[in-house]
Structure formats: C-alpha cells, structure tokens
Design a protein around this ligand. Structure first.
Ligand SMILES: [Zn+2]
Length: 256
C-alpha cells in the first residue's frame, strides 16, 4: 500500500454494484481506504466490506446532520468489530438553515458527545466532520477541555490560521486534506503552516473530485492527485511525502 485514503464512502448507495470495481482499481494502484459511516445502515455495510477486503477499513458512526437516533449499545458492538478503526464521521454542522436552530444544535451536541464517549471507551480515533467556523470554535474548545482522548482527525480541514494553531497545540490531533486543494488556493497558507506529520490524505468519495477528474464521480484511486498537490505545497518529493503520511496514518489507526 502506498497511500491510504482516510475518508471515503464506497458503498452500494453511492456506487451500486460498481463499488466492487472501485475497490479493485484501488487495490491495483496500491491504494487502501477507510470507509466512513454516516448512519447505522452504512456503518454496518462498511464493516462487512472491510472484513472482506485487505485494503479496506471501516469507521462507524453518525454524521451530524443525520436525524436518526444514536443507539449507543448498537454502535459500541459495531465499534468493537475487527477492521473497525475509528468512530465517525461525527461532529457539528451548522451550514444549512435547518441545522442552525437551537434545538438542532443541541441534538448535534448530544450525538457528538455520545460518540466522543464511545471513542474513549473503545479507544479508537475520532473522525470529525465540522462545517462553518462556529462549529470549529466549539469543537476545538470542547476537545481542549477533555483529557485522554484517542487521536482526533479533522476531516475536510477548513479551519482558519488561529484555529489551526490551537489544533496543532493539541497532543493527538491531525487534519485530513482532500481534493479541494487541487482546484482552489484557499487552503494553501494554512496547509503550509501544518507540519507534514500532522496531515492525512482523503478523497471524501464520491464527492469533491480532484482536478483533472472534475465532473466525474470521485473514488479512492484519485487520492494520488491530492498527494501530488500537497507535495507541491510542501515543496517535497512526492514519494517522500507519501511515506511520511502513510506512516502517520498507520500509526493513528493501528493499521498493518
Ligand atoms: Zn464524509
């Protein structure tokens, strides 16, 4: 394995039966990936897929905008399964109008809190989904106030410079960078400030397809485009950049 895409959604809902071809192409290109849960159904499916393929792992949990109830015991059982390497994607998302109400924010905080508790209990990393600066402020303050957390990964990292400094001051926090850096310079400055050892790679497939595949459905194989752009930003050779990130990824998620 050369690269591990730490955030993808490769399941039947998004890919129909073609998900098997997507899996195969990743393997042929020496790319592994972590399939991320957004609700109970896709979390269960992710565990099944991960247990059937060497180059796939699963993270189970509930997305902040998912309205389903979070059943702690059911998720705990899933979280303890083989090949499950984390909890999420969980967090706070105040982007849409319906998610800006006090009532919905309270719901999100509660479900996020349950998943933090679960991550601590099973001692597996948290895969965070935060959207809007306000949710970053809130989540960073919360994490700063907690002790003995497992590693925390900020998926689709979009924090500002000040938030980045606070995250880097945390002992066990990492950011995951995706295809967006291939088509906007918005994140360049912040990324240059983050040590390579704190950076992971993702695609967020089937979304956020990188250049030169814009307009197509995304898949883990395209993560190499994110790597190439990151190497440019870090002014480092591509292979060396990949090696550093792979060893961080394996370390955080305990992958072999
Ligand atoms: Zn996602």
């Amino acid at each position: 394995m050369k690269i591990i895409d730490v955030h993808a959604h490769i399941n039947r809902a998004f890919y129909k039966e073609d998900f098997l071809n997507v899996l195969k192409r990743a393997k042929e290109n020496q790319i592994g990936f972590i399939n991320i849960g957004t609700n109970l159904a896709d979390s269960k499916e992710n565990v099944e897929i991960a247990q059937s393929f060497d180059h796939v792992w699963a993270i189970v949990g509930m997305h902040p905008t998912e309205k389903e109830d979070f059943n702690y015991d059911t998720f705990r059982e899933l979280a303890m399964q083989e090949k499950v390497v984390g909890i999420g994607e969980c967090g706070l998302d105040y982007f849409r109008e319906e998610n800006k109400t006090l009532e919905d924010k309270e719901r999100q905080r509660r479900v996020f809190g349950e998943q933090i508790k679960l991550a601590k209990e099973v001692n597996k990393p948290l895969m965070l989904h935060l959207r809007m600066s306000e949710s970053y402020e809130e989540a960073i303050s919360l994490i700063e106030s907690l002790d003995n957390l497992p590693p925390v990964v900020f998926h689709f990292y979009s924090g500002n410079m000040e938030q980045t400094k606070r995250i880097m001051a945390l002992k066990n926090a990492y950011v995951s960078i995706g295809g967006v850096i291939t088509f906007t310079h918005d994140y360049d400055k912040v990324i240059k400030e983050i040590p390579l050892k704190r950076i992971l790679l993702e695609t967020d497939s089937p979304f956020i397809t990188p250049v030169p595949y814009r307009g197509q459905r995304n898949e883990p194989t395209f993560v190499v485009e994110v790597l190439k752009r990151l190497a440019v930003l870090k002014e480092m050779p591509i292979d060396e950049t990949a090696d550093v990130i792979l060893s961080t990824t394996k370390h955080i998620f305990g992958l072999k």
